[in-house]
Design a binder for this molecule. Structure first.
Ligand code: PMP
Length: 432
């Protein structure tokens, strides 16, 4: 089929102006569409499973503002709760009861979390948890995995995923060498490499931080026994295990990957879903470790807008909606239809592909796979992905503009949305 070129005149005008005002024309790198042709779409409205651009084009959205929109965009109950909260002001910079409510919900849901501290982003959550790991153990070194992304703080910009992988960037300039020399890396799913790092650095490693299911090198699941193996290795070495559940928290199960896989870390970071689309992050875990955080303990960490009443309200309402029976089953069912459908179409149209999903998180690589780690993910045909992405956009389907990002569905996605998406994929893949 011949697709009509998208009319994107206004998007182009706005992005051209933006490039003079902001580096790369954006507030966050992957949004610039660099790896898929460089002409991003500028949006002005979201609702349910849809997103509209400034030229009036409507898309089925599988980015979901990078994960938070799990109940669907602008859910009427979230919006109404926010309107009510707004009447009382936008920020207190002081304790509010909504922090208690959200903290209780988080503690109740996430097995590892006995106490929690709210911050404003996933980056903040991860940089704070790292300080806490070091403060608690008195050790400076950490292990992270190649292709995992834990925000843009200096010590995590080593073999990082997400935008760093999308843009093929080397470790970032501006990060002092002595800041990252304590960041050790191993390939994801490689327990032997982790064992070796512990053996080579006896008594020096404070802990391991990882995405328990990777979303920042594309979608990669932990091999059977990997998470359990890390739990054991950290215990044997008196080190901490930290799950970065900024993406997976309240997404792949209400209690996150730790509930889904039955492995409980010492500490956990959260973000995205718990803010219901407003800027929120959190870190939490064992009470004895969290007791070190100021003012209860000496480890300093603070925030002007942390625990913001609007952000807490959006988070509470989002978690309430997720507590309804059947939500995760629904996410799993529609996302499986999507993922299986895409793989089948790829096979029928002669493209090497692999992928999968857990609940409302999915991925598709243009390589025969299997993909166990970032090196495997990099074998994907990026040119093909770029053409696929553009083709889908032309057909009204908005996918993450990078092979190295996971996709997200929401409770607002319908069977009809999935049918339309698969029909579009069939057309696009037949003409790739
Ligand atoms: N950790 C993970 C696993 C993430 O996916 C992200 C963001 N995609 C972050 C941390 C950083 O979060 P933020 O963009 O809110 O700073």
């Amino acid at each position: 089929m011949v697709t009509t070129p998208l009319k994107t005149t206004k998007s182009e005008e706005i992005f051209t102006a933006a490039q003079k005002l902001m580096p790369g024309g954006v507030s966050s790198p992957v949004r610039a569409f660099k790896s898929v042709g460089g002409q991003p779409i500028v949006f002005d409205r979201v609702l349910g499973s849809h997103i509209w651009d400034v030229d009036g084009n409507k898309y089925i959205d599988y980015v979901g503002t990078w994960g938070p929109a799990i109940c669907g965009h602008a859910h009427p109950e979230v919006i109404s709760a926010l309107k009510n909260a707004l009447e009382n002001g936008t920020s207190f910079g002081a304790p509010c009861v909504w922090e208690n409510v959200l903290a209780e919900m988080v503690i109740e849901a996430v097995p590892s979390i006995e106490m929690v501290r709210f911050v404003n982003s996933g980056t903040e959550a991860c940089m704070s948890v790292l300080r806490l790991m070091r403060a608690f153990t008195g050790r400076d070194k950490i292990i992270k995995f190649e292709g995992c992304y834990h925000g843009h703080a200096d010590m995590f910009l080593v073999k990082a995923g997400s935008g760093v992988a999308t843009l093929g960037l080397p470790d970032s300039p501006g990060v002092p060498k002595n800041v990252t020399e304590n960041t050790l890396t191993a390939p994801y799913n490689d327990l032997e490499a982790v064992k070796k790092l512990f053996a080579e650095n006896p008594g020096e490693i404070s802990g391991i931080i990882l995405e328990p299911v990777v979303g920042n090198s594309g979608f990669i699941t932990p091999d059977f026994g990997f998470l359990e193996g890390l739990r054991l290795l950290t215990q044997e070495n008196n080190a901490l295990l930290v799950f970065d559940e900024v993406m997976t928290g309240f997404r792949i199960a209400y209690g996150g990957a730790q509930e889904r896989f039955g492995v409980t870390p010492d500490l956990t970071t959260l973000g995205k879903v718990i803010g219901g689309g407003l800027p929120v992050g959190a870190y939490g875990g064992r009470r004895d470790i969290m007791a070190l955080v100021a003012p209860s303990g000496p480890m300093y960490q603070a925030g002007t807008l942390s625990g913001n009443p609007l952000a807490m309200t959006a988070g509470i309402k989002t978690l309430e909606l997720l507590q309804k029976p059947g939500t995760y089953e629904y996410l799993d069912t529609i996302t499986k239809r999507l993922s299986d459908g895409l793989l089948q179409i790829a096979q029928e149209t002669g493209h090497e592909a692999c992928g999968g999903q857990i609940s409302g998180m999915f991925g598709l690589f243009f390589t025969s796979g299997p993909v166990h780690n970032y090196e495997d993910a990099k074998k994907s045909d990026l040119t093909k992905f770029s053409r696929f992405h553009r083709g889908m956009l032309e057909q009204g389907i908005y996918l993450a503009p990078s092979q190295f990002e996971a996709g997200f569905t929401s409770l607002a996605h319908t069977d009809d949305d999935i049918d339309k998406t698969l029909a579009a994929a069939k057309d696009v893949m037949s003409n790739l």
